[in-house]
Design a protein around this ligand. Structure first.
Ligand code: S3P
Length: 427
């Protein structure tokens, strides 16, 4: 339980954000397929990424933490070992889905489990394409829920052409990993482009991956040449809380340093700017194919907007934070095509409607896949539930901080992606 007080001042100065969660996961997995040590700078030591480390270690990858610096050394592209025990992905969909793709073509048996949230999340979406490639994977019931057993495949994987029904970087990445081990190229067609960190990082290790719009072609790989260092930029999904808070609080002028601004992730900036936010992208740099920059955010008067479709995968994890911004905007905000929120760490559409309405009565409503927010209504102090979902906890916290305060039942879950969130908020 944690009580967050109303902030009676704007955000000012500089904020440093922990490393990007998606890139941190991939840095461990992909470095674990090389055979020379890789230093990972600004790695996110959140619980989800620690789950990835623990799974990779159990398959023979060496991970060392020397004075906060992470070093990873694998045994080559074909050097993963059969784990002696079950791999536990904890709360992390990225760990599980990507590792299903990576382990399915290996010549050994792997079993996976996870926490009570992950055990409810649908895995058929990954198991279906992997099975078409030759995987032998068994899950519980029609959704192929955890626990899941990945058996040694009967033969070498086949390259396939797969049209994905939903834009999901986790599903796409699982197929990409499996495609590295196939006997011919694999082609993936996405409905809309999702985050492309796997493609970028694999290329930095020498893999041949071609992309054209929504189509990704993966060529079988023989070996990887690992770079000496990977720099993980700050996570735009974590920066989102401060971008929104600085925009809605009066008298803010804040610079958020070293944030990843890969175009598959910057939907939140585009939408907030359309709402009238004042966000400047400064000092753009590049490392390992990923662009990062400093973001300067100044208080602004926001107005409601309507959006959906192609932009959704570019901001899917930021919708709870955007919903907070919309509650302070003038007019209505309508967000279409957000049904995927129902299968995140919790049903985030239901959670937003049930919990955010405790702070701003009747402002939030949803259909199957649309979220509607009436801006500008009166806000109250409320006791809210996070459903053990890190993004709900942080969004509720900034909502309360910008309104009359809030009490959340579970503050601990922020350690999944942003362990120091509350230190930053109360600083
Ligand atoms: C992620 C992809 C997204 C996102 C998740 C992280 C990734 O999930 O919501 O937090 O690192 O690939 P989906 O692939 O289910 O859209």
């Amino acid at each position: 339980m944690k009580k967050i007080l109303s902030l009676n001042h704007g955000l000012r100065g500089e904020i440093k954000i922990p490393g990007d969660k998606s890139i941190s996961h991939r840095s461990i997995m992909i470095s674990g397929l090389g055979n020379t040590p890789v230093e990972i700078e600004n790695f996110l030591a959140g619980a989800d990424c620690l789950s990835t480390i623990s799974c990779m270690e159990k398959m023979g990858v060496d991970v060392k933490n020397l004075d906060g610096k992470i070093f990873v050394k694998g045994n080559g592209l074909f050097g993963l070992h059969e784990p002696e025990n079950i791999l536990d992905a904890g709360n992390s969909g990225t760990t599980l889905r990507l590792l299903l793709g990576l382990t399915a073509p290996q010549n050994f048996l792997v079993t996976f489990t996870g926490d009570s949230s992950l055990r409810k999340r649908p895995m058929a979406r990954v198991i279906k394409p992997l099975s078409e490639m030759g995987a032998s994977i068994f899950g519980r019931n029609d959704n192929k829920n955890l626990p899941i057993a990945v058996l040694k495949p009967a033969q070498k994987f086949r390259g396939i052409t797969y049209e994905m029904p939903v834009a999901s970087a986790q599903v796409k990445s699982a197929i990409i990993f499996a495609g590295l081990y196939a006997d011919s190229p694999t082609m993936i067609i996405e409905p809309y482009p999702s985050r492309n960190h796997t493609e970028k990082m694999l290329r930095a290790f020498g893999a041949k991956i071609e992309t054209a719009g929504n189509v990704i072609k993966i060529f079988p790989a023989e070996n990887f040449v690992a770079p000496k260092k990977i720099f993980v930029p700050g996570d735009i999904s974590s920066a989102a809380y401060w971008i929104v808070l600085a925009s809605i609080l009066e008298n803010s002028d804040v610079t958020i340093k070293n944030i990843g601004v890969n175009e598959t992730r910057t939907g939140i900036i585009d939408v907030l700017k359309n709402m009238g936010a004042q966000i400047e992208i400064l000092n753009e740099r590049e490392s390992g194919g990923e662009i990062f920059a400093d973001l300067r955010v100044v208080s602004a008067k926001l107005r409601g907007v309507e959006f959906g479709g192609e932009i959704i995968p570019r901001l899917i994890d930021e919708i709870p934070a955007l919903a907070v911004a919309a509650a302070f905007a003038e007019g209505e905000t309508i967000i279409h095509d957000v049904g995927e929120l129902r299968v995140k760490e919790t049903d985030r559409l239901a959670a937003i409607v049930d919990e955010f309405n405790k702070i701003s009565h009747g402002s939030f409503s949803a259909t199957d896949d649309t979220l509607i927010i009436r801006g500008g209504a009166e806000k109250f102090f409320a006791e809210c539930k996070t459903y053990a979902d890190h993004r709900m906890a942080m969004s509720l916290s900034i909502f309360g901080a910008a309104a009359k305060g809030v009490e959340i039942d579970d503050a601990d879950c922020v350690k999944i992606s942003y362990p120091d969130f509350f230190e930053e908020l109360t600083n």
